[in-house]
Design a protein around this ligand. Structure first.
Ligand code: ADP
Ligand code: MG
Ligand code: ZN
Length: 544
């Protein structure tokens, strides 16, 4: 990380100008944390990366300098919908901005090209997708001319984590953006993202051909969010009942989001909630654009209480008073979880993020991300987060984003900090490891372990364990995370199936002294009194 020493605000020649622009052009009173630092650095012509949680106010950090500078700012943005959201706001503020994409009319393109070179032009921001840079020679040649005429003042790369394969939304066309800094070395670049580890940032810096840069990182801590992981009830009716209890309890009449794994799940949950009198609506990628808008607007106006959505309900969601984000299934990565849960409590008032962890979801998501480069590792990081029952959730999240955090700062705003101290128990659960010559799905493996299911799969010498099924699921998941078991995928014409096989560390189990330690839940079920109550947990040791 870099530290940038700042002169007092008043010592920069542009300070009066940006203060005036904040009030007059953007109608805002004061800067939020890190905005001023970022503005000063980009106005000083430095290349910078700004890492700031979603909703923190990143756009202002290139929009305001654009308004205060000669020429125009080129903004690279991955989605048309994101650009449109910003353009709508800018238009209301009377700031001249536009976008170019594949469906822009010839006249519009021509107009933009003229404005790019016209030194009397008022046009301040030009939004384009990365494809435009990667594929349009015409546009590049216009940029070249504008640069030579001193009119390309600044380059903003929004959602800059899309450059890196290690980021969670990798976009191949972002790889071509290095051309910008190579061709236009004197135009300061600002890369913005809400989710980038230092690893991803370094990668992005390399891809964008930025030699030296300043990185500003805002804290990822959201002190007003309460984080909780719950065991997902196996029966879907119990599950819905659980959700309804909390929505009708402490969130009565309050706004929220439920994130689901699939379109089917979101429709199913929506209709179940509606039957029980909750104003819910589904939102997923297959809705008609007009229906998407209807749901979004109805929710924004509090006519719909709960949006039951897939990840399609995402970027651009900016409702301040979301009191709960419930995950019906875990996210496919910690980055995704952080972003999705982070839509709660934008108004800084207390809000809850409740994640329902289900064993079966591991394999549903795993089959979905099998084609992604690091998809499985990211999923396992998410599973580890769910499994963890003693470390502060804030500390776990901070670690993921390379931030150092003290659990004392949590103020008991997570389930693990509210939990009672762990008690220790020892358990023998298996006398011998089974050598698994058959291909087994996770479900079949547990059945076999319990002495149920197809008889040839059962292991003769192993007595069925006395633990409940969800405990066995936790153990299997732990074995996968620890590589005693591994997933093995099989592709059919209709689906991807995940089987479990002996993992690379399984040999260790032959050593009698090898002990596996994990946290388990005790059998005593805690009663949900509608308020948080720490679930009792105990440490289990397994012998083989
Ligand atoms: P990000 O890109 O970081 O997710 P945005 O730039 O979209 O966030 O900003 C989120 C919201 O915060 C917008 O509604 C914006 O108008 C608002 N905002 C940004 N800066 C300020 C500020 N200094 N004061 C008040 N509101 C702000
Ligand atoms: Mg943004
Ligand atoms: Zn905590």
């Amino acid at each position: 990380m870099y530290v940038y020493c700042l002169l007092p605000f008043t010592d920069f020649p542009w300070c009066e100008k940006i203060k005036a622009a904040l009030c007059n052009s953007f109608k805002l009173q004061k800067f939020r944390s890190l905005q001023l630092e970022t503005l000063n650095a980009t106005m000083a012509g430095k290349d910078i990366f700004l890492v700031m949680p979603t909703g923190g106010g990143k756009s202002l950090c290139y929009q305001l300098p654009a308004v205060c500078s000669e020429g125009f700012t080129l903004v690279i943005c991955p989605l048309i919908s994101l650009m449109e959201d910003q353009l709508m706001v800018l238009e209301q503020l009377g700031i001249s901005a536009t976008l170019l994409n594949a469906s822009s009319s010839k006249e519009h393109v021509k107009w933009v090209h003229t404005e790019m070179l016209d030194k009397n032009s008022q046009l301040k921001l030009i939004y384009v997708t990365p494809e435009k840079i990667a594929k349009s020679k015409m546009f590049m040649s216009k940029l070249e001319k504008a640069y030579q005429a001193g009119r390309l003042t600044r380059i903003a790369v929004d959602e800059v984590h899309c450059c890196s394969q290690w980021g969670h939304d990798f976009r191949p066309d972002y790889k071509s953006l290095g051309i910008l800094k190579r061709q236009f070395p004197n135009a300061p670049l600002i890369g913005l993202t809400a989710t980038a580890t230092s690893h991803v940032l370094k990668d992005a810096q390399k891809i964008l051909c930025v030699q030296k840069c300043i990185t500003f990182t805002a804290s990822f801590n959201r002190p007003n969010l309460y984080y909780e992981v719950r065991q997902k009830p196996s029966n879907s009716e119990d599950f819905i009942e659980d959700i309804v209890k909390i929505i009708n309890g402490r969130y009565k009449g309050l706004s929220g989001i439920i994130y689901c794994f699939s379109q089917k799940d979101s429709e199913h949950v929506t209709s179940s909630l509606r039957k029980l009198g909750i104003k819910a609506d589904a939102y997923h990628a297959n809705l008609e654009p007009k229906d998407k808008t209807k749901v979004h607007k109805g929710w924004a106006a509090n006519e719909i209480q709960v949006v039951v959505a897939t990840v399609a309900f995402g970027m651009g969601i900016d409702k301040p008073d979301v009191r709960f984000v419930i995950h019906h299934s875990m996210s496919k990565s910690m980055e995704n979880y952080y972003q999705e849960s982070g839509r709660a409590g934008r108004d800084d008032q207390k809000a809850d993020c409740i994640l329902y962890y289900g064993f079966g979801d591991i394999f549903r998501i795993s089959s979905m991300v099998v084609m992604e480069n690091v998809g499985q590792q990211k999923l396992y990081d998410m599973v580890s987060y769910c499994h963890n029952m003693n470390k502060c959730r804030r500390v776990l999240i901070a670690q993921h984003f390379d931030e150092v955090w003290d659990s004392a700062n949590c103020n008991k705003m997570c389930d693990n900090c509210c939990r009672e101290k762990l008690s220790f128990e020892r358990m023998d659960i298996l006398e011998q490891a089974d050598n698994m010559s058959e291909k087994l799905t996770p479900l079949k493996l547990i059945d076999a372990w319990l002495g149920k299911g197809v008889s040839k799969l059962r292991v003769a010498d192993v007595a069925p364990p006395v633990l409940p099924r969800d405990e066995l699921e936790r153990i299997i998941a732990h074995f996968i995370l620890q590589q005693y078991l591994k997933e093995d995928f099989s592709f059919t014409a209709f689906a991807t199936i995940s089987y479990l096989k002996i993992g690379p560390k399984a040999d260790l189990l032959k050593n009698e002294a090898h002990v596996i330690t994990m946290q388990g839940r005790s059998n005593k079920k805690s009663v949900d009194k509608g308020e948080e109550e720490g679930e009792k947990s105990s440490e289990l040791f397994f012998f083989f």
